[in-house]
Design a protein around this ligand. Structure first.
Ligand code: HEC
Length: 82
């Protein structure tokens, strides 16, 4: 700890080893179990401006306006929760 290796026969190392053994209790070596290891993260999708434009027009423009400048909210044009 603190950048220094733990003594292999000390109480902290004994506790860490005991903990590491606990989750793998009753699991034969080499078996692939769910949650074992690290999941692969998908690479971020490539941005697509045309698709974004469509999504904005469909889902955002009603409140934010066609150019994103916003829309003055009055009692008559206030969007209603769907
Ligand atoms: C029903 C109306 C409504 C719709 C639809 C809507 N917004 Fe908003 N949006 C708001 C309001 C109101 C605020 C300001 C919220 C606040 O400041 O508490 C806001 C705030 C934002 C902000 C923060 C702006 C800032 O200066 O902090 C972003 C970014 C944003 N919206 C993006 C979007 C996007 C992207 C969509 C479409 C996917 C969308 N909004 C759809 C009403 C809406």
């Amino acid at each position: 700890m603190n950048g220094k290796p733990l003594p292999t026969d000390g109480p902290e190392m004994t506790a860490i080893v005991a903990y590491m053994k606990f989750p793998s209790k009753d699991i034969p070596p080499g078996r692939e179990d769910e949650g074992r290891g690290f999941a692969r993260i998908k690479p971020a999708p490539t941005p697509n401006r045309e698709h974004g434009k469509e999504l904005y027009a469909t889902h955002c423009a009603s409140c934010h306006g066609a150019d994103g400048a916003g829309v003055m909210v009055t009692r008559t044009n206030e969007p209603r929760a769907r």
